[in-house]
Design a protein around this ligand. Structure first.
Ligand SMILES: [Zn+2]
Length: 469
């Protein structure tokens, strides 16, 4: 099939490339739990994902960062860096202006698509909106951004048209890519919409109990898995399946939410400690005598202390809250900084134990889902690498992070990582190849911070190979 138009017979690529093409799929809100439920005893399975896993590596301990919210975490995946680096942290309190603010698509770091573009390779994005204008553009067929809308099935159909070099609708008219993009991103939010369970989304109706919600999520995943098969078919048909790596992951998971709000007790507990506190929404300001500003999207609560606070008093807050039945966990300021959170995220973060919540109103009926939490249901995401350059049939239990995705895509394509990336190449999942060019100091520095590898000496050897002195 090497005479297929738009497909070069042998890509010269960058030295050290492990794959000619990389397809990065993001299924927003794909909690790892969903995969386990679907593949449990009475589940329908996910045959296409499992086929890809048999030709690749599945990560059973992939986690996101703080806050566990779409835009900051989507940005972290494509930049390989946490919010402290790229600056997108969603909702926060600005003490100088005494105002609660919210970020949109701010991103101060280079994206993987920009790294691909600047390395001279073609790319495209189907609704991966954090790459819109950031390496892919509505008016540039060589680095095309399109936004077809609709469910996964429809977006995937447009992606397949791009692979087949058929015309697709871009801004203001039809566009045809000049060659099969070396890097193609596809974004779909069907699982996120279903998981929130706040209305009828993409054809699935509301679930009113935890068990019904679980089976709804399994049904949604199963349907998306079925459609994913058409991508495999298209790649086989084009003759590039063996030269393509597929990366599939998510920005966050989903925590079930139901019952009355724990916010009144949280506020009363803080007042009991002598703290005047206020929960503020975006655009709101604190009263002059407020000691603590609280900011929340409903689950995790960010604390902003407006006056100096002693460590004893700080610890007393944590002690008082940690005895509560609704308490799920916390991160201190120091822990948040170590985890790469932006300093604007606050000086203390606490989150509820599912299904408890800190929303302004309770739920007296039914169930919903949210993911702005440090709970593992929100932080544990699905991650899969498959195809060219990837070891086959590998299960990796060692913890990995979503910021490892962009450096790994760079490694597969044989290009330098995004300029600000601090994530590492997931070398334990890759075939040994020629050393990649331009793996820079950040990657090396990050590896030194990681806990000792539990992998085999062979894996350690591969890791070592990635960090030439
Ligand atoms: Zn999301």
């Amino acid at each position: 099939m090497t005479n297929e138009p738009g497909i070069s017979p042998r890509l010269t690529g960058a030295k050290g490339a492990l794959a000619d093409y990389v397809i990065y799929i993001n299924w927003d809100g794909f909690a790892y739990d969903y995969y386990e439920w679907a593949n449990g005893r009475s589940g329908p399975g996910t045959p296409v994902l499992n086929f890809l896993a048999s030709r690749g590596a599945i990560f059973t301990s992939a986690r996101n960062g703080f806050p566990s919210i779409t835009n900051p975490m989507q940005t972290s995946i494509v930049t390989g860096a946490w919010p402290a680096v790229h600056g997108n942290t969603y909702r926060y309190y600005d003490p100088v202006e005494n105002l609660v603010k919210q970020t949109g698509r701010e991103n101060a770091a280079e994206t993987i698509a920009e790294a691909v573009e600047r390395s001279g390779l073609s790319c495209a994005s189907v609704q991966q909106f954090v790459l819109d204008g950031r390496g892919t553009y509505p008016s540039d067929p060589s680095h095309l951004y399109i936004q077809p809308g609709g469910p996964w099935r429809r977006r995937l159909a447009e992606a397949v048209k791009i692979l087949r070099r058929e015309a697709v609708t871009a801004q203001g008219g039809l566009a045809t890519v000049p060659e099969v993009p070396r890097f193609l991103a596809i974004y779909a939010d069907d699982l996120d919409a279903s998981g929130h369970n706040s209305g009828i989304a993409y054809g699935l109706s509301l679930a009113f109990s935890y068990d019904a919600w679980k089976s709804k999520m399994v049904r949604q995943l199963s349907a998306m898995d079925r459609d994913l098969g058409s991508l495999v078919d298209a790649l086989v048909d084009l003759g590039i399946f063996d030269r393509t790596s597929i990366v599939l992951t998510a920005d966050h998971g989903m925590s079930p939410v139901s019952g009355k709000s724990s916010l009144p007790d949280l506020l009363a507990t803080l007042r009991g400690l002598g703290l005047r506190c206020e929960l503020l929404a975006p655009g709101e300001r604190a009263a002059d005598d407020t000691d603590v500003v609280l900011v929340s999207a409903g689950l995790a609560v960010q604390f902003y202390f407006r006056r100096d606070i002693t460590l004893t008093r700080y610890d007393a807050i944590i002690d008082a809250l940690s005895t509560k039945p609704y308490f799920g966990g916390y991160m201190s300021f120091h822990e948040l900084r170590k985890a790469g959170a932006h300093p604007d995220l606050g000086q203390l973060l606490i989150w509820p134990r599912p299904p408890r919540h800190f929303k302004a109103q309770g739920f007296f009926f039914g169930i919903t889902g949210q993911h702005d939490s440090g709970d593992d249901t929100s932080r544990h995401v699905f991650m899969l690498l498959s195809g060219a350059g990837v070891r086959h049939g590998v299960v990796i239990d060692r913890p990995v992070e979503i910021i490892d995705v962009a450096p790994t895509i760079s490694r597969l394509l044989g290009i330098r990582p995004p300029a600000n990336a601090t994530g590492r190449v997931l070398a334990e999942a890759l075939l040994p190849g020629a050393p990649a060019p331009g793996l820079q100091q950040e990657t090396h520095g990050q590896q030194e911070l990681l806990p000792p590898a539990s992998g085999s000496p062979e894996q350690q050897g591969v890791r070592g190979e990635q960090t030439p002195e």
